[in-house]
Design a protein around this ligand. Sequence first.
Ligand code: CAA
Length: 271
Amino acid sequence: MAEAQARQRGGYTDDGSAMAESGVRFEVDGEIATITLDRPEKRNAMTFATWSGLARIGESLPEQVRVVVVKGEGPSFSAGIDLHMFTSDGVPGQGSFSSAAKSGEAGIEQRVRQFQAGFLWLRRPEIVSIAVVRGHAIGAGFQLALACDLRIVAEDVSFCMKEPALGLVPDLTGTKPLVDLVGLAKAIDICLTARTVHADEAMRIGLAEKVVAGGDLDQAVQDKVAELLSTNREAAIATKRLLQGAQARTLEEQSAAERSEQAARIKALFG
Ligand code: CAA
């Protein structure tokens, strides 16, 4: 049993050193996986290795997992990219933006594509991902929260899309969910001012599903996970697929998609 758990904890990689370098912990307990950003002394600042680590978790997520909880150790969810990545030395062993810039535009795009893979899988229909956000969620940290399906936040949350203030664009898949959630005007306001969004506003504009006192955060997440696990797994997957496709379809197309998903469900349940 202990051995099985250890294997699952290793989950995304059998290489413990890569896991340690990524600054991410990963645990699986039955249908629930928990990803913890684990550099609290640096406010969970992320490096290239963090994003590669997230991608590897996605690649090897055990099939039984239905809910993925993403959280940060310590007072902040994440202070975004490790600012040492902007120095010419970078973070030891992980390169820097200066070294990445030498690879030319196509090379940079290829690197960013790899990093984005660490975020995109959190939207898979087979899982529901929940970002549990306390304190700062800045830049890449904000985008990681946006990559999840749901955000449950503490009263002290502060979201900030810092990239434009640093001469960059948000490129870790955050722009589309932000616009989908809050609308274009509000997304422009939030990103192009790099201002901070606090809990009340986050709740009001749809960035957060729930705001609770910091001490109640774990319980609120446990309750949401239990609610999510109470529905039928296959129906949940099919329903998420339908909901995800809804915006891009006409009413007629969406109705057809509903018919098709339901036919498969009825066949599976009663056929
Ligand atoms: N990178 C590296 N180290 C960081 C860090 C970061 N992003 N954020 C915080 N730290 C470190 C601090 O240097 C400090 O380390 P030492 O104790 O060794 O000095 C430690 O974490 C604690 O930080 P603070 O004392 O500053 O803690 P605080 O609670 O007073 O403030 C904070 C927290 C508001 C997050 C502040 O640390 C801060 O503003 N950090 C920088 C945030 C930032 O600009 N991030 C970049 C976002 S853009 C992005 O993410 C772009 C992208 O993906 C391409």
